[in-house]
Design a protein around this ligand. Structure first.
Ligand SMILES: [Mg+2]
Length: 180
């Protein structure tokens, strides 16, 4: 038998994980109100958990992922850069941008939510570097034909199944480590 390639390996690991997760859910998952998981819809799984009256930072409604995809597609088309934007190149570009985000946090120690001690210029820089990461992420998803908005919804639903709120409250353990 031919030696398994790294990507086949990764796919098989992913399948194993999904299978383990599926077995786990059937055996142990209970909803936060104690109901059995049978019949729980995606909408219910994605129900926001913020309590009324909580003041939280929120994003603007626009642009959507699709709009970001289109803006970047126009940008690359206008410059004839599509010839360079294959998936592997985009992945490497994205990782480079993650490094640029990390540079902004490097050697500062932990920082509080909202970055109260950062200057306007540092915040502006962070916004730019995070945007670089997001733009490459969206383009990478596009070039891999991953429908990112739907993939995010599906992954959030899986995360809710993997980490039932009533079982993992306040715990940072991996899903394989906690028990009833
Ligand atoms: Mg950058």
């Amino acid at each position: 038998m031919a030696k398994m390639t790294t990507s086949e390996d990764a796919v098989n690991r992913h399948k194993d994980e999904l299978s383990t997760l599926s077995n786990y859910n059937q055996e142990t998952y209970n909803g936060s109100n104690g109901e059995e998981s049978n019949g729980v819809t995606l909408t219910e799984l994605l129900r926001p958990t913020l309590k009324n009256g909580d003041e939280k930072f929120t994003f603007s409604k626009e642009p959507t992922f699709e709009e970001v995809r289109r803006l970047q597609a126009e940008f690359t088309d206008e410059r004839d850069w599509n010839q360079f934007h294959q998936p592997r190149n985009l992945l490497l570009a994205m990782v480079g941008e993650v490094g640029e985000v990390a540079e902004l946090f490097q050697w500062r120690g932990e920082v509080a939510e909202g970055l109260p001690d950062w200057t306007d210029s540092e915040r502006e820089q962070l916004g730019q570097e995070l945007s670089d990461v997001l733009i490459y992420l969206v383009e990478l998803a596009e070039k891999c034909h991953v429908d990112l908005p739907q993939a995010v919804l599906r992954k959030m639903a899986l995360n809710r199944l993997k980490y039932p709120a009533n079982k993992v409250q306040g715990s940072a353990k991996k899903y394989t480590e906690y028990k009833d």
